[in-house]
Design a protein around this ligand. Structure first.
Ligand code: 16G
Ligand code: MG
Length: 545
């Protein structure tokens, strides 16, 4: 068949370094950009096959998110804008690791297993971030698509969530919106402006936000969007990529992990600030108080703000819809406690990784999901959307109900339901704060985070650690969970867990407790237990203080 000849020929232009083995990890392939050319070409092939089997458009995003500039990576997007299904993650790994001479066999194996109809048309949307290597690598993806006779559309520079959005719009025949970047801005900004009109007495101060663009794609796109905001939000953009290096000492991951402001940003006391990550699918907020102390508002605080807002609206609208918040083990214990005991909403805990949260959130009428690191969104079931829609269109309603229904309707429109989206989350958070007339300090004061600490431990094989109960308990190696339980008992309000990282060759340790010293000590002691029981390498982990 000629398409296989074409694949053979083209794959010679994108050869695999012999012996190199890479895994489709938690969020796709990610490593040094120099090692990725063949991966990109092959993901172009795979996306084409996926498109043929689903008879829908598939997305391929070239990005390494919050990783350093030198790295790159690729994420596949399924028809409804969600992450690619687990079976196809396995195919991705197989195809990526087939040696050059075995590529056609690996490809044919997938075609056979999935009974792919090769005469079916295929369409693939491709996007890329601002990394120096992204242009070359996204060309390799396009080459892969064309080698198998697929059609592609190159969106060029877009955020990851924008590409997810385009794929969903395309496959729902425009019901979700128009599959253009312009259409994305229009939909989100119109909804944001309608929401903002509900804010009474909003001062210019309240409308101001400082954004750290991580020197990446998010910065470009915020600039592009600004005119659509019609001055309802005044953004000061920092780390816009004009000078600094991508993700270097800035961005959501840096701010969350280091618990300090990014470099390159001026912060006055009480001023609202936020940071995006390198592909703009995460957001965290922060401010510094009058004493200069830094305060971080992470994904847990965002989930609390959004779910409180939605719950109040449901009550005002008289709608009986079940709302839940989905978190991971990393969620601060205070947030879970507040949500369950004060807010009285259902809280679910899943394994780390967006796809797990996303799936759990789909089980509810309204599922708010956020990882503590700032990745998250809100999902509305079809039935919930319809109920809200009906209510918003009902002209006989009294004022309060009508207002609540309209607010819910515009919330649905401002949210990117395909995946966590820093730009969309930012607009929703800004609208909620404006409507509630809330300062960032008041938002922060909803509950107080328990002090916490994260550490990493190097072990010879991190797979010896196996966990259960959404990664909250270790089942192997023997004795580790017992050791953790004993250590946790020494401290007040303490909790700790360990899990093998899905993106780095390390074991991660999390601890929280009543005081920072206790959290630090507990994290250190647990990391020593991991080192001892799970085959630590490279010298014992050092205490932090
Ligand atoms: C990836 C995940 C993120 C998760 C992180 C955990 C997506 C889009 N991203 O970045 O959700 O928090 O991995 O990393 O799923 P770890 O396994 O190294 O701790
Ligand atoms: Mg990201």
């Amino acid at each position: 068949m000629s398409e296989f000849q074409e694949v053979s020929k083209q794959s010679g232009v994108h050869p695999k370094p012999a012996g190199l083995v890479l895994q489709y990890g938690t969020a796709g392939f990610r490593t040094n950009a120099k090692l990725l050319d063949h991966i990109m070409f092959r993901m172009g092939l795979l996306a084409t096959l996926r498109s043929k089997t689903t008879k829908a458009t598939i997305g391929v995003m070239v990005t390494a998110s919050h990783n350093p500039e030198e790295d790159n990576g690729v994420k596949l997007v399924d028809p409804m804008g969600e992450m690619v299904s687990p079976t196809w993650e396995v195919y991705a790994t197989q195809l990526a690791n087939a040696e050059q001479e075995d590529l056609l066999a690996a490809l044919k194996d997938i075609i056979e297993k999935e009974a792919v109809n090769m005469s079916q048309e295929a369409k693939v949307f491709v996007g890329k971030d601002t990394r120096g290597s992204s242009a070359r690598l996204s060309q390799a993806v396009l080459d892969g698509v064309s080698a198998l006779g697929g059609h592609s559309k190159d969106y060029g520079l877009v955020t990851t969530p924008q590409l997810h959005y385009m794929v969903c719009c395309q496959n729902t025949q425009g019901k979700y919106g128009e599959a253009t970047v312009e259409g994305y801005y229009k939909k989100l900004c119109q909804a944001f402006i309608k929401l903002s009109k509900n804010a009474s007495n909003c001062t210019d101060d309240q409308k101001h936000l400082s954004v750290d663009g991580a020197n990446g794609i998010g910065a470009l796109k915020v600039r592009e969007m600004e005119s659509h905001l019609k001055k309802e939000l005044h953004i000061s953009l920092f780390n816009d990529g004009s000078e600094g290096k991508l993700n270097h000492q800035c961005g959501a991951d840096f701010v969350k992990v280091q618990q300090k402001p990014p470099t390159g940003m001026e912060i006055s006391p009480g001023e609202r600030c936020c940071s995006f990550d390198g592909d703009a699918d995460r957001i965290v907020y922060y401010y510094s108080d009058s004493e200069g102390t830094f305060h971080l508002l992470d994904g847990d605080k965002v989930a609390t703000l959004i779910s409180t807002f939605l719950k109040e609206l449901l009550t005002s609208a008289g709608l009986d819809l079940k709302i839940a918040v989905v978190q991971t083990a990393y969620a601060n214990g205070s947030s879970t406690n507040y949500l369950e005991n004060t807010m009285k909403v259902t809280v679910r805990c899943t394994k780390t990784g967006v796809k797990h949260l996303h799936h759990a959130a789909q089980e509810f009428d309204i599922g708010v999901y956020f990882e503590a690191n700032g990745h998250g969104t809100v999902l509305f079931s079809k039935a919930a959307e319809e109920k809200i829609q009906q209510l918003a269109e009902n002209s006989s309603l009294i004022d309060e109900k009508k207002r609540a229904a309209l607010l819910l309707q515009n919330t649905i429109n401002v949210i990117n339901q395909t995946v966590g989206d820093a730009i969309s989350d930012m607009l929703l958070i800004e609208a909620i704060l404006a409507i509630k007339g809330m300062t960032i300090h008041q938002w922060d004061a909803i509950y107080t985070d328990l002090p916490n600490r994260q550490l990493k431990v190097k072990v010879s094989d991190r797979r010896v650690i196996d966990t259960t109960d959404a990664e909250r308990r270790a089942v192997s190696p023997a004795g580790l969970q017992e050791a953790i339980d004993t250590l946790v008992k020494k401290y007040r309000k303490a909790r700790s867990f360990v899990r093998p990282s899905g993106t780095e060759d390390v074991v991660r340790v999390y601890a929280e407790a009543e005081t920072q010293d206790s959290a630090d000590d507990l994290a250190h002691e647990v990391s020593l237990a991991v080192y001892r029981l799970a085959g630590g390498v490279g010298g014992e982990p050092k205490p932090l203080h």
